[in-house]
Design a protein. Structure first.
Length: 439
């Protein structure tokens, strides 16, 4: 008669032995559960921090307690925050896997049961790690992001300091790769757009072609290329009486005006005309200086694509452009940047300023302050033609000064690269008008 064992033999690969519990195994289980809890908190904080809405962030700004300020401080550098979360989470998960392997080796003998060993150490442990260490905490953090972020604010700040050396290495390597990729992408897109413009005929899509040209050249221009120079800027002395300020505002029609102290190199702030509207009925003794806002400074070399992003983040429309010595060179506005793409923008209050007049096919009358890129477009020459002689000049008057070395006399003629420049109007400091004749 067959025995029970002979009727139901244990399948090959499923025969394993169970060892008795030890103190070391019990401690290991406790540590694994603790690490699983840490993994849940760290994983959930990733979703909590990076899913905060603008309304949540505003609540944190309005709150003055230490925890809310810690959350905002953690968000100041998202790359460092993400690196801290990922590094900490990986350390914890590796610890869970190592301890799990230690516990299973102390509890079971899988030498004759490789299938059970695979199911236990790979499938079951991975299931618990994903369910309790990733999925559940992230789902919870999605619904209670603000509270979760506050709960993890201090622990993440501590972890950031602990893992700071590793974070710096990860951020540096990531930024290095990103720069390479973005550089390649930008070059490729510019080449494609340039080829598309070359295939476009002069008659078809002329406006769209101009916009595409503006996009192609947009990233290569800096603040100095598009700024309004200081001599053309309407600015108000901070000592000016309120009545005179209202007269200046009425005459110029601008919505934002720089305010200076003693000279334009010392900008005290920016006067927003809308801030004065509630006070227009007040007398000449009104202290309008209390309404000015802090100025936003940018260097001459600031790329306008970066400046556009700064304007968007700071929610400002005007910046003071400063040179390498800290002096004020002029101003640049959001409108100036947008005009580099879409062309001149005018409204019902703008007076049309004629920067040039075409006299004949090869003769033009230019204003001295016309920008060199615009001058090149009008006369139809290569925009690098005068690069070896223009120095730091941005305007046609600046080019003349570079060629002559000083302020030329009235009706003086200067020839260069097939162009003859006739000085038509000049004062003791500026070249006002130049007649240009081409061959």
């Amino acid at each position: 008669m067959e025995t029970a064992n002979s009727l139901s033999p244990v399948p090959s690969g499923w025969d394993f032995q169970v060892y008795p519990f030890t103190v070391g195994t019990l401690i290991g289980l406790f540590v694994v559960l603790l690490l699983l809890l840490f993994s849940a908190f760290i994983s959930g904080s990733e979703v909590a921090y990076f899913s905060l809405s603008p309304n949540d962030k505003q609540k944190l700004k309005n709150s003055k307690n230490k925890v809310s300020q810690s959350v905002l401080k953690n968000l100041e550098n998202p790359e460092k925050l993400l690196a801290t979360i990922l590094v900490a989470n990986n350390f914890v998960n590796v610890g869970i896997i190592i301890l799990s392997a230690y516990i299973t080796s102390n509890l079971f003998n899988f030498s004759n049961a490789p299938v059970v060993e695979f199911i236990f150490q790979v499938i079951i442990i991975t299931f618990f790690l994903l369910l309790f260490g990733e999925i559940i905490p992230k789902v919870y953090a999605t619904y209670y992001g603000l509270g979760f972020a506050r709960f993890m604010a201090i622990p993440l700040a501590i972890l950031e300091k602990i893992f700071s050396p590793i974070n710096h290495l990860l951020i540096y390597s990531t930024s290095f790769v990103n720069k390479r990729i973005h550089k390649h992408k930008n070059t490729l897109s510019i080449e494609v757009i340039s080829q598309a413009m070359e295939l476009t005929s002069e008659q078809e899509l002329s406006e769209e072609k101009d916009i595409l040209e503006g996009i192609v050249k947009f990233g290569n221009k800096c603040a100095a290329d598009i700024m309004r120079p200081r001599v053309d800027v309407v600015a108000i002395d901070i000592k000016t009486k309120f009545g005179e300020v209202l007269k200046i505002i009425k005459d110029c029609g601008y919505s934002r005006i720089p305010v200076f102290s003693e000279s334009f190199d010392q900008i005290s702030g920016i006067l927003y005309i809308k801030d004065l509207l509630p006070h227009v009925h007040k007398g000449n003794t009104f202290k309008w200086q209390s309404t000015i806002r802090p100025p936003f400074y940018v260097p001459e070399t600031k790329k306008i694509n970066k400046l556009l992003d700064e304007f968007r983040k700071r929610k400002v429309h005007l910046a003071i452009v400063v040179d390498e010595y800290g002096g004020s060179s002029g101003i640049v506005t959001l409108e100036d940047i947008i005009e580099e793409i879409v062309g001149e923008i005018t409204d019902e209050f703008d007076e049309e300023e004629l920067l040039y007049t075409k006299i004949s096919d090869n003769k033009f009358l230019f204003s001295g302050k016309i920008q060199l890129p615009d001058f090149y477009k009008v006369v139809g020459c290569n925009d690098t033609l005068f690069d070896d002689v223009k120095g730091d000049a941005d305007t046609l008057a600046g080019l003349i000064l570079e060629l002559k070395g000083d302020i030329p006399a009235l009706h003086e003629k200067i020839s260069c690269k097939g162009f003859t420049f006739h000085i038509e109007a000049v004062n003791n400091r500026r070249i006002e008008q130049i007649k240009v004749e081409t061959k």
